[in-house]
Design a protein around this ligand. Structure first.
Ligand code: FES
Length: 576
């Protein structure tokens, strides 16, 4: 049956076909899984790349979804084989999960290439797992489909919905500002994460699930179904069926991840009010598949996209409501004129066909075009003498009055310095100041941690201040909010101008003009540059050293330089 369906000899047959010693070895050992002879008859071998881990709670339910994928693969006549991938979970990994995104992508790429796999289903959920898996698969370019784990059900506390991350930051500031008791803070903990799934705000995990769908890498509707919704299990099974068809059609990432697809994803990020982290991840994915993409594309394509999805952190609702309102297909119908609808998706349909028939079911959650949450969504890309290669800010999460602001810099040399001094009553700071954090970029932290949304000084919180301009080379959680300039490039640890800022310098932020300027004359900056010394930090060796030595700057996606590009799936040599 399968020989008839597959019109070409599949890659896996280089392992399992034939009658020599090598084929004996490959088949015989696989048979200890209980596989019958006809498992190796030329049917598509489908890898199920699973980021399940109990240490990554957002992905801890993925074995159940993998079972549904397997059922779908078997129904379509394929052979499903599940394998683990490094699970870089956001909530536990130190110093930051981002340090390990590239490592996980290496794991995925090499595992796919080295094994008898014809196509792969990528099971991801938590923030970094989605880009890591897509990056690895893109560098191999074998047929690949993404199945997301899905968001948690809404958090609930004291009769109201609470959002992952977003309300943690709020509660924490309320405790520090004396507006919430420690007991209430502890009580909120259990109500926030009350089902399987990833963060249910429009944080990075939800954003990247939407990005995967907008790129055409998933079946329609993948992004929004809650993890525990039966429709997600159904989608997993259908994805298992579909990947077998994709292998037969040789529908590879390079046919889906086109320039059109990336442009669609950037526009969707604007319309959903998505996380700034999507910027670095999308740049890195584009680098792997060889599509030119830059920060300028983010600003140009996202600038006129209104944010229509009214979800936290910028808005009111959570992913459950987004699902009930029609999810991403419905949102994409609202901005169809901004999308390239003939972009191919893994369903085999053009994007326009894939979303045809989708309807917005709740205009409070997915707003009308003339009633946006923010008229100009998207990610603002700032440049100036403080960020020659760019920096980003999410206007929809910022305080409108602070988007044009000049203030006195209060500088923290690194995250330890910040933690030591931020609550010092003697710290010379007021609400008009601009907080500057250095040495938290890709090389500096290392790993470009989500510390850019620095907590405000306690003494200002107690006065009722809730936002200030903050600037750093770090990232920020997609669940966070505030007037926060991020991803300053080059970073301080690489000798970027951010390293030259001193207490008392004036800085001008002008988001409408996309400008970030340090009001210090060039001669003085030159003097400071001559005195600058790279921060002294002892590397412990191993992967951390490799990362620091080879990581690219944020404006290029913070990938390791030698991982950029597609290396294909050929492996010319046998193992024995
Ligand atoms: Fe995993 Fe938010 S911590 S998705």
């Amino acid at each position: 049956m399968n020989e008839q369906k597959s019109r070409r000899r599949l890659r896996s047959q280089a392992w399992f076909g034939g009658q020599d010693k090598d084929a004996f070895i490959h088949r015989s050992w696989m048979k200890n899984n209980g596989l019958p002879d006809d498992a190796f008859d030329g049917r598509p071998v489908i890898g199920i790349c699973n980021t399940f881990s109990e240490l990554t709670p957002c992905n801890a339910h993925l074995r159940e979804l993998a079972a549904k994928v397997k059922a779908g693969v078997l129904e379509a006549g394929g052979l499903p084989l599940e394998f683990p991938a490094f699970s870089c979970g956001e909530s536990n990994l130190r110093p930051t999960a981002m340090l390990f995104r590239n490592l996980a992508s290496i794991d995925v790429e090499e595992t796919i290439r080295a094994n008898p796999i014809d196509g792969v289903v990528l099971l991801a959920g938590c923030d970094k797992t989605t880009p890591a898996l897509v990056m690895g698969a893109a560098s191999c370019d074998l047929p690949a489909i993404v199945v997301s784990g899905g968001p948690m059900l809404n958090g609930r506390y004291q009769g109201r919905a609470i959002g992952s991350g977003t309300d943690v930051w709020k509660f924490s500031e309320d405790v520090r500002g004396g507006k919430m008791s420690m007991q209430d803070f502890m009580n909120a903990e259990s109500g926030m994460s009350r089902s399987a799934g990833h963060c249910m705000t429009m944080g990075t995990a939800s954003t990247m699930a939407c990005v995967a769908e907008a790129l055409g890498l998933t079946l329609p509707g993948n992004a929004a179904y809650p993890a525990v919704d039966a429709r997600r299990a159904r989608l997993a099974q259908l994805s298992g069926r579909r990947i077998v068809g994709m292998v037969e059609e040789d529908l590879r990432p390079s046919k889906v991840l086109t320039r059109q697809a990336f442009e669609n994803a950037i526009r969707v990020v604007g319309a959903i009010g998505g996380s700034t982290n999507a910027v670095v991840h999308l740049l890195a994915i584009a680098g792997r598949i060889g599509v030119p993409l830059s920060l300028a594309d983010w600003d140009r394509l996202g600038r006129d996209v209104p944010t229509l999805v009214d979800l936290m952190p910028a808005g009111r609702f959570l992913m459950e409501e987004f699902c009930y309102a029609g999810g991403l297909p419905a949102l994409m119908t609202r901005i169809a004129d901004l999308l390239q609808l003939d972009a191919l998706t893994v369903s085999g349909l053009a994007l326009g066909q894939a979303i045809a028939g989708a309807e917005v079911l709740d205009a409070e959650v997915i707003r009308e075009r003339d009633k946006p949450l923010t008229p100009q969504g998207g990610i603002a890309v700032l440049r100036g003498n403080l960020a020659p290669n760019g920096a980003v800010l999410k206007p929809s999460a910022a305080t409108p009055e602070l988007l044009t602001h000049t203030g006195r810099a209060v500088v923290f040399a690194d995250i330890d310095d910040f933690k030591r001094r931020v609550d010092d009553p003697a710290l010379d700071i007021d609400e008009h100041c601009i907080m500057v954090l250095q040495n938290c970029g890709p090389r500096g932290y290392p790993g470009m941690a989500e510390v850019g949304n620095m907590a405000l000084p306690r003494k200002l919180l107690e006065k009722g201040v809730r936002d200030m301009v903050r600037i750093s080379d770090a990232r920020m959680s997609g669940t966070a909010f505030g007037t926060v300039v991020l991803h300053v490039a080059p970073e301080a640890a690489a000798g970027g101008p951010l390293a030259l800022v001193r207490d008392g310098d004036l800085i001008t932020l002008d988001v409408p003009a996309r400008r970030l300027h340090l009001e210090v004359d060039e001669a003085e900056l030159e003097r400071r540059r001559a005195d600058w010394m790279p921060p002294r930090r002892k590397l412990r060796g191993g992967y951390e050293t490799l990362y620091v030595e080879r990581v690219e700057q944020a404006d290029r996606g913070a990938d390791l330089d030698f991982l950029v590009g597609c290396r294909g799936h050929e492996v010319p040599r046998e193992s024995h």
